[in-house]
Ligand binder design. Structure first.
Ligand SMILES: Cc1cc2nc3c(=O)[nH]c(=O)nc-3n(C[C@H](O)[C@H](O)[C@H](O)COP(=O)(O)OP(=O)(O)OC[C@H]3O[C@@H](n4cnc5c(N)ncnc54)[C@H](O)[C@@H]3O)c2cc1C
Length: 346
Protein backbone atom coordinates (compact mmCIF):
# COMPACT_ATOMS: atom_id res chain seq x y z
CA UNK A 1 0.00 0.00 0.00
CA UNK A 2 1.56 3.25 -1.06
CA UNK A 3 -0.10 5.62 1.31
CA UNK A 4 1.76 6.80 4.34
CA UNK A 5 -0.54 6.41 7.27
CA UNK A 6 0.61 9.03 9.65
CA UNK A 7 -1.23 12.30 9.81
CA UNK A 8 1.22 15.14 9.65
CA UNK A 9 -0.51 18.10 11.15
CA UNK A 10 -1.09 21.52 9.75
CA UNK A 11 -1.86 24.78 11.46
CA UNK A 12 -5.14 24.64 9.58
CA UNK A 13 -5.96 21.30 11.09
CA UNK A 14 -5.31 19.62 7.76
CA UNK A 15 -8.79 20.56 6.64
CA UNK A 16 -8.35 23.57 4.46
CA UNK A 17 -5.38 23.81 2.20
CA UNK A 18 -5.18 26.44 -0.44
CA UNK A 19 -8.93 26.53 -0.38
CA UNK A 20 -9.18 22.78 -0.82
CA UNK A 21 -11.38 21.50 1.93
CA UNK A 22 -11.12 18.03 3.36
CA UNK A 23 -7.41 17.65 2.92
CA UNK A 24 -6.43 14.46 4.63
CA UNK A 25 -2.73 14.12 4.87
CA UNK A 26 -1.51 11.69 2.30
CA UNK A 27 1.48 11.55 0.14
CA UNK A 28 3.38 9.91 -2.55
CA UNK A 29 7.08 10.50 -2.48
CA UNK A 30 6.34 12.99 0.25
CA UNK A 31 9.45 13.66 2.17
CA UNK A 32 10.25 15.03 5.53
CA UNK A 33 13.43 13.23 6.42
CA UNK A 34 16.31 15.49 5.72
CA UNK A 35 18.89 12.84 6.49
CA UNK A 36 21.71 12.35 4.04
CA UNK A 37 20.99 8.69 3.32
CA UNK A 38 21.16 7.83 -0.37
CA UNK A 39 17.82 7.86 -2.14
CA UNK A 40 17.87 4.12 -2.88
CA UNK A 41 18.04 3.24 0.81
CA UNK A 42 15.14 5.51 1.47
CA UNK A 43 12.83 3.65 -0.88
CA UNK A 44 10.83 0.69 0.26
CA UNK A 45 8.92 -1.95 -1.64
CA UNK A 46 5.27 -2.20 -0.80
CA UNK A 47 2.55 -4.56 -1.93
CA UNK A 48 -0.29 -3.13 -3.93
CA UNK A 49 -3.45 -5.20 -3.75
CA UNK A 50 -6.11 -5.58 -6.43
CA UNK A 51 -8.28 -3.30 -4.38
CA UNK A 52 -5.54 -0.71 -4.33
CA UNK A 53 -5.21 -0.96 -8.09
CA UNK A 54 -8.89 -0.51 -8.58
CA UNK A 55 -8.79 2.46 -6.29
CA UNK A 56 -5.76 3.87 -8.03
CA UNK A 57 -7.54 4.02 -11.33
CA UNK A 58 -10.20 6.07 -9.66
CA UNK A 59 -8.23 8.49 -7.58
CA UNK A 60 -4.96 8.45 -9.47
CA UNK A 61 -3.05 8.09 -6.27
CA UNK A 62 -0.97 4.97 -6.91
CA UNK A 63 2.16 4.57 -8.95
CA UNK A 64 1.74 2.64 -12.18
CA UNK A 65 4.33 0.99 -14.32
CA UNK A 66 4.78 1.51 -18.06
CA UNK A 67 1.95 -0.90 -18.83
CA UNK A 68 -0.45 1.12 -16.82
CA UNK A 69 -0.57 -1.48 -14.03
CA UNK A 70 -0.13 -0.55 -10.45
CA UNK A 71 3.47 -0.96 -9.47
CA UNK A 72 4.56 -2.96 -6.46
CA UNK A 73 7.36 -0.53 -5.96
CA UNK A 74 6.58 2.71 -4.39
CA UNK A 75 8.37 5.62 -2.94
CA UNK A 76 7.50 6.19 0.64
CA UNK A 77 6.77 9.22 2.70
CA UNK A 78 9.46 10.42 4.97
CA UNK A 79 7.12 12.84 6.63
CA UNK A 80 6.97 10.76 9.78
CA UNK A 81 10.53 11.15 10.79
CA UNK A 82 11.59 14.72 10.41
CA UNK A 83 10.54 18.29 10.66
CA UNK A 84 8.93 19.01 7.29
CA UNK A 85 5.18 18.94 7.50
CA UNK A 86 3.31 17.71 4.49
CA UNK A 87 -0.40 17.55 3.91
CA UNK A 88 -1.73 14.98 1.56
CA UNK A 89 -4.98 14.64 -0.29
CA UNK A 90 -6.60 11.20 -0.36
CA UNK A 91 -9.61 12.49 -2.12
CA UNK A 92 -8.14 14.75 -4.71
CA UNK A 93 -9.30 13.97 -8.22
CA UNK A 94 -7.55 15.07 -11.35
CA UNK A 95 -9.95 17.50 -12.96
CA UNK A 96 -9.57 19.08 -16.37
CA UNK A 97 -10.26 22.78 -15.75
CA UNK A 98 -11.15 23.37 -19.40
CA UNK A 99 -13.85 20.70 -19.23
CA UNK A 100 -15.19 22.20 -16.03
CA UNK A 101 -15.36 25.66 -17.60
CA UNK A 102 -17.06 24.26 -20.69
CA UNK A 103 -19.62 22.52 -18.51
CA UNK A 104 -20.28 25.73 -16.54
CA UNK A 105 -20.58 27.67 -19.79
CA UNK A 106 -23.08 25.31 -21.38
CA UNK A 107 -25.07 25.13 -18.11
CA UNK A 108 -25.29 28.92 -18.02
CA UNK A 109 -26.38 29.13 -21.66
CA UNK A 110 -29.03 26.45 -21.08
CA UNK A 111 -30.32 28.60 -18.23
CA UNK A 112 -30.76 31.55 -20.55
CA UNK A 113 -27.63 33.49 -19.60
CA UNK A 114 -26.15 35.60 -22.39
CA UNK A 115 -22.34 35.37 -22.19
CA UNK A 116 -20.19 37.96 -23.95
CA UNK A 117 -16.54 36.96 -24.37
CA UNK A 118 -13.59 39.19 -25.36
CA UNK A 119 -15.53 42.17 -24.10
CA UNK A 120 -13.51 44.57 -21.99
CA UNK A 121 -15.09 46.89 -19.47
CA UNK A 122 -13.90 50.41 -20.27
CA UNK A 123 -15.87 52.63 -17.87
CA UNK A 124 -19.37 53.39 -16.66
CA UNK A 125 -21.85 56.15 -16.03
CA UNK A 126 -25.07 55.67 -14.12
CA UNK A 127 -26.53 52.38 -15.31
CA UNK A 128 -24.53 52.40 -18.55
CA UNK A 129 -21.49 50.18 -18.82
CA UNK A 130 -19.18 51.02 -21.72
CA UNK A 131 -17.22 48.13 -23.18
CA UNK A 132 -15.10 47.37 -26.21
CA UNK A 133 -18.25 45.83 -27.73
CA UNK A 134 -20.72 48.57 -27.07
CA UNK A 135 -22.78 49.84 -24.16
CA UNK A 136 -24.74 47.63 -21.79
CA UNK A 137 -27.47 48.82 -19.45
CA UNK A 138 -27.23 47.28 -15.99
CA UNK A 139 -29.24 48.02 -12.85
CA UNK A 140 -26.66 46.07 -10.89
CA UNK A 141 -23.02 45.28 -11.70
CA UNK A 142 -20.91 42.45 -10.25
CA UNK A 143 -17.21 43.03 -10.75
CA UNK A 144 -14.95 39.97 -10.56
CA UNK A 145 -12.23 41.28 -12.89
CA UNK A 146 -9.21 39.86 -11.05
CA UNK A 147 -6.19 41.98 -11.90
CA UNK A 148 -8.39 44.98 -12.79
CA UNK A 149 -11.05 44.58 -10.09
CA UNK A 150 -9.72 47.54 -8.08
CA UNK A 151 -9.85 49.90 -11.06
CA UNK A 152 -13.43 48.98 -11.94
CA UNK A 153 -14.39 49.28 -8.26
CA UNK A 154 -12.87 52.79 -8.24
CA UNK A 155 -15.36 53.79 -10.96
CA UNK A 156 -18.15 52.84 -8.54
CA UNK A 157 -16.59 54.70 -5.64
CA UNK A 158 -15.11 51.56 -4.02
CA UNK A 159 -11.65 50.19 -3.28
CA UNK A 160 -10.35 53.56 -2.16
CA UNK A 161 -7.88 51.99 0.29
CA UNK A 162 -6.82 49.13 -1.92
CA UNK A 163 -4.79 48.46 -5.03
CA UNK A 164 -3.97 45.24 -6.85
CA UNK A 165 -0.36 44.13 -6.81
CA UNK A 166 0.49 41.52 -9.45
CA UNK A 167 2.58 38.46 -8.57
CA UNK A 168 3.81 36.23 -11.36
CA UNK A 169 3.46 32.47 -10.99
CA UNK A 170 5.42 29.88 -12.95
CA UNK A 171 5.54 26.10 -12.86
CA UNK A 172 8.20 23.68 -14.09
CA UNK A 173 6.96 20.44 -15.62
CA UNK A 174 8.51 17.06 -14.97
CA UNK A 175 9.57 14.90 -17.91
CA UNK A 176 9.11 11.73 -15.81
CA UNK A 177 6.59 9.22 -17.13
CA UNK A 178 2.99 9.27 -15.99
CA UNK A 179 2.51 7.92 -12.51
CA UNK A 180 5.95 8.86 -11.17
CA UNK A 181 3.96 10.92 -8.73
CA UNK A 182 0.78 9.46 -7.39
CA UNK A 183 -0.78 12.50 -5.84
CA UNK A 184 -0.22 16.12 -4.99
CA UNK A 185 2.26 16.94 -2.24
CA UNK A 186 1.58 20.20 -0.47
CA UNK A 187 3.51 21.95 2.28
CA UNK A 188 1.88 23.41 5.33
CA UNK A 189 1.55 27.08 4.44
CA UNK A 190 3.53 29.77 6.13
CA UNK A 191 0.69 31.85 7.49
CA UNK A 192 2.78 34.99 7.21
CA UNK A 193 2.65 34.69 3.43
CA UNK A 194 -0.47 34.94 1.27
CA UNK A 195 0.85 32.19 -1.05
CA UNK A 196 1.07 28.49 -0.29
CA UNK A 197 4.60 28.01 -1.57
CA UNK A 198 6.12 25.46 -3.89
CA UNK A 199 4.26 22.16 -4.15
CA UNK A 200 4.07 19.08 -6.36
CA UNK A 201 0.91 19.02 -8.44
CA UNK A 202 -0.36 16.07 -10.40
CA UNK A 203 -1.80 17.21 -13.71
CA UNK A 204 -4.93 15.67 -15.16
CA UNK A 205 -2.87 13.61 -17.62
CA UNK A 206 -0.89 12.01 -14.79
CA UNK A 207 2.24 14.12 -15.18
CA UNK A 208 3.57 16.31 -12.43
CA UNK A 209 4.76 19.86 -12.05
CA UNK A 210 6.32 21.95 -9.31
CA UNK A 211 5.67 25.55 -8.39
CA UNK A 212 4.30 28.10 -8.53
CA UNK A 213 6.55 31.04 -7.93
CA UNK A 214 4.95 34.28 -6.72
CA UNK A 215 7.39 36.90 -7.93
CA UNK A 216 6.37 40.59 -7.75
CA UNK A 217 5.54 41.72 -11.30
CA UNK A 218 5.99 45.26 -12.61
CA UNK A 219 2.74 45.57 -14.52
CA UNK A 220 -0.52 43.71 -14.25
CA UNK A 221 -0.24 41.53 -17.30
CA UNK A 222 3.51 40.99 -17.40
CA UNK A 223 3.18 37.54 -18.90
CA UNK A 224 6.22 37.68 -21.14
CA UNK A 225 8.64 40.27 -22.46
CA UNK A 226 7.06 43.70 -22.71
CA UNK A 227 3.67 42.42 -23.81
CA UNK A 228 0.73 44.43 -22.41
CA UNK A 229 3.12 46.93 -20.89
CA UNK A 230 1.38 50.09 -19.67
CA UNK A 231 3.61 52.87 -18.53
CA UNK A 232 1.28 54.48 -15.93
CA UNK A 233 0.45 51.13 -14.44
CA UNK A 234 4.11 50.09 -14.25
CA UNK A 235 5.04 53.42 -12.69
CA UNK A 236 2.42 53.05 -9.92
CA UNK A 237 3.30 49.42 -9.22
CA UNK A 238 7.01 50.14 -9.14
CA UNK A 239 6.32 52.97 -6.69
CA UNK A 240 4.20 50.70 -4.47
CA UNK A 241 6.72 47.87 -4.58
CA UNK A 242 9.70 50.12 -3.87
CA UNK A 243 7.89 51.63 -0.89
CA UNK A 244 6.96 48.18 0.32
CA UNK A 245 10.50 46.97 -0.11
CA UNK A 246 11.72 49.58 2.36
CA UNK A 247 8.70 50.40 4.55
CA UNK A 248 6.16 47.60 4.39
CA UNK A 249 3.88 46.66 7.26
CA UNK A 250 5.14 43.09 6.84
CA UNK A 251 8.27 41.39 5.54
CA UNK A 252 7.73 42.23 1.84
CA UNK A 253 11.45 42.39 1.24
CA UNK A 254 11.92 38.86 2.60
CA UNK A 255 9.00 37.53 0.57
CA UNK A 256 10.20 39.22 -2.62
CA UNK A 257 13.79 37.98 -2.23
CA UNK A 258 12.62 34.46 -1.41
CA UNK A 259 10.42 34.39 -4.49
CA UNK A 260 12.94 35.96 -6.88
CA UNK A 261 15.35 33.12 -5.99
CA UNK A 262 12.83 30.71 -7.49
CA UNK A 263 13.34 32.19 -10.94
CA UNK A 264 16.38 29.88 -10.90
CA UNK A 265 15.15 26.44 -11.77
CA UNK A 266 17.72 24.90 -9.46
CA UNK A 267 16.35 26.75 -6.43
CA UNK A 268 12.77 25.86 -7.27
CA UNK A 269 13.62 22.19 -7.69
CA UNK A 270 15.68 22.19 -4.49
CA UNK A 271 12.77 23.59 -2.53
CA UNK A 272 10.38 20.99 -3.92
CA UNK A 273 12.87 18.24 -3.13
CA UNK A 274 12.34 18.90 0.57
CA UNK A 275 8.93 17.28 0.21
CA UNK A 276 9.58 14.22 -1.94
CA UNK A 277 12.26 11.69 -2.66
CA UNK A 278 14.19 11.39 -5.91
CA UNK A 279 13.42 14.84 -7.22
CA UNK A 280 16.09 15.31 -9.86
CA UNK A 281 16.69 18.62 -11.63
CA UNK A 282 17.38 16.67 -14.85
CA UNK A 283 13.66 15.89 -15.00
CA UNK A 284 12.52 19.48 -14.57
CA UNK A 285 13.37 21.53 -17.63
CA UNK A 286 10.14 22.82 -19.12
CA UNK A 287 8.63 26.02 -17.77
CA UNK A 288 4.85 26.29 -18.14
CA UNK A 289 2.84 29.34 -19.15
CA UNK A 290 2.87 32.05 -16.49
CA UNK A 291 -0.16 33.16 -14.51
CA UNK A 292 -0.47 36.40 -12.57
CA UNK A 293 -2.07 36.60 -9.15
CA UNK A 294 -4.23 39.59 -8.38
CA UNK A 295 -3.12 40.23 -4.81
CA UNK A 296 -4.89 43.02 -2.96
CA UNK A 297 -2.68 45.52 -1.18
CA UNK A 298 -3.96 47.80 1.59
CA UNK A 299 -2.51 51.23 0.91
CA UNK A 300 -3.15 52.47 4.46
CA UNK A 301 -1.70 49.58 6.46
CA UNK A 302 0.89 48.80 3.75
CA UNK A 303 0.02 45.12 4.06
CA UNK A 304 -1.20 42.45 1.67
CA UNK A 305 -4.77 41.35 2.29
CA UNK A 306 -4.70 37.70 3.31
CA UNK A 307 -8.39 36.89 3.03
CA UNK A 308 -11.33 37.40 0.70
CA UNK A 309 -12.25 41.03 0.32
CA UNK A 310 -15.54 42.22 -1.15
CA UNK A 311 -17.25 45.59 -1.25
CA UNK A 312 -20.62 46.68 -2.55
CA UNK A 313 -23.72 48.79 -2.28
CA UNK A 314 -27.18 48.92 -3.81
CA UNK A 315 -25.89 49.22 -7.38
CA UNK A 316 -22.65 47.24 -7.53
CA UNK A 317 -20.63 44.43 -5.93
CA UNK A 318 -16.87 44.02 -6.19
CA UNK A 319 -14.72 40.95 -5.58
CA UNK A 320 -11.42 42.62 -4.75
CA UNK A 321 -9.45 39.71 -3.36
CA UNK A 322 -10.33 36.13 -4.26
CA UNK A 323 -7.36 34.37 -2.78
CA UNK A 324 -6.98 30.82 -4.02
CA UNK A 325 -10.52 29.59 -3.48
CA UNK A 326 -10.10 26.28 -5.36
CA UNK A 327 -13.21 24.49 -6.63
CA UNK A 328 -14.41 23.55 -3.19
CA UNK A 329 -14.62 27.13 -2.05
CA UNK A 330 -15.39 28.86 -5.36
CA UNK A 331 -18.95 27.51 -5.55
CA UNK A 332 -20.03 28.51 -2.02
CA UNK A 333 -18.30 31.84 -2.53
CA UNK A 334 -20.35 32.42 -5.70
CA UNK A 335 -23.51 31.55 -3.75
CA UNK A 336 -22.48 33.97 -1.04
CA UNK A 337 -22.06 36.73 -3.63
CA UNK A 338 -25.52 36.03 -5.08
CA UNK A 339 -27.02 36.18 -1.57
CA UNK A 340 -25.38 39.50 -0.88
CA UNK A 341 -26.23 41.21 -4.16
CA UNK A 342 -28.13 44.38 -3.47
CA UNK A 343 -27.16 44.54 0.19
CA UNK A 344 -24.88 47.24 1.46
CA UNK A 345 -21.32 46.46 2.50
CA UNK A 346 -18.83 48.46 4.45
C1 LIG B 1 0.32 30.45 -10.90
C2 LIG B 1 -0.93 30.47 -10.10
C3 LIG B 1 -1.33 29.34 -9.41
C4 LIG B 1 -2.50 29.36 -8.67
N1 LIG B 1 -2.86 28.20 -8.01
C5 LIG B 1 -4.03 28.17 -7.36
C6 LIG B 1 -4.49 26.97 -6.72
O1 LIG B 1 -3.83 25.94 -6.77
N2 LIG B 1 -5.67 27.00 -6.08
C7 LIG B 1 -6.42 28.13 -6.03
O2 LIG B 1 -7.49 28.10 -5.45
N3 LIG B 1 -6.02 29.27 -6.60
C8 LIG B 1 -4.85 29.33 -7.26
N4 LIG B 1 -4.44 30.51 -7.83
C9 LIG B 1 -5.23 31.72 -7.60
C10 LIG B 1 -6.48 31.75 -8.47
O3 LIG B 1 -6.09 31.71 -9.82
C11 LIG B 1 -7.25 33.04 -8.16
O4 LIG B 1 -7.54 33.10 -6.79
C12 LIG B 1 -8.56 33.07 -8.94
O5 LIG B 1 -8.32 32.93 -10.33
C13 LIG B 1 -9.30 34.38 -8.72
O6 LIG B 1 -10.51 34.30 -9.43
P1 LIG B 1 -11.26 35.58 -9.99
O7 LIG B 1 -12.41 35.08 -10.77
O8 LIG B 1 -11.51 36.54 -8.89
O9 LIG B 1 -10.21 36.30 -10.96
P2 LIG B 1 -9.59 35.81 -12.33
O10 LIG B 1 -9.52 34.32 -12.39
O11 LIG B 1 -8.33 36.59 -12.50
O12 LIG B 1 -10.65 36.25 -13.41
C14 LIG B 1 -10.82 37.61 -13.75
C15 LIG B 1 -11.47 37.68 -15.12
O13 LIG B 1 -11.82 39.04 -15.39
C16 LIG B 1 -11.41 39.38 -16.70
N5 LIG B 1 -11.15 40.83 -16.77
C17 LIG B 1 -10.16 41.54 -16.22
N6 LIG B 1 -10.27 42.85 -16.51
C18 LIG B 1 -11.39 42.96 -17.25
C19 LIG B 1 -12.05 44.07 -17.88
N7 LIG B 1 -11.62 45.34 -17.79
N8 LIG B 1 -13.18 43.81 -18.59
C20 LIG B 1 -13.68 42.56 -18.71
N9 LIG B 1 -13.10 41.47 -18.14
C21 LIG B 1 -11.96 41.67 -17.42
C22 LIG B 1 -10.14 38.55 -16.94
O14 LIG B 1 -9.92 38.37 -18.32
C23 LIG B 1 -10.53 37.24 -16.24
O15 LIG B 1 -11.22 36.39 -17.11
C24 LIG B 1 -3.28 30.53 -8.59
C25 LIG B 1 -2.88 31.67 -9.29
C26 LIG B 1 -1.72 31.64 -10.03
C27 LIG B 1 -1.31 32.89 -10.79
Amino acid sequence: MAFAKKHVGSPLGGEVMNGQVGALPMKTRARSNLSKRPARQRRITEQVTEADMAQSSVIGAKAKNGNGHASTKSKRSKAQTAGIKVTRHFTQLGIDPLEVMESLRSGAVQNGIDLQFDTRYVNSEGTSVFTTRGTFEADFVINAAGLYADQIANDYGMSQDYRILPFKGLYVYSSEPKGAFKTHVYPVPNLKNPFLGVHHTLTVDGKSKIGPTAVPAFWREQYSGFSRFRFNEAFQILKDETRLFFFSGFNFRGLAMEEIRKYRRKNLVNESSLMATDVDIKNYKTWGKPGIRAQLFNIKTRKLEMDFKVQGDERSFHVLNAVSPAFTCAQPFAEYICDRVGTKFV
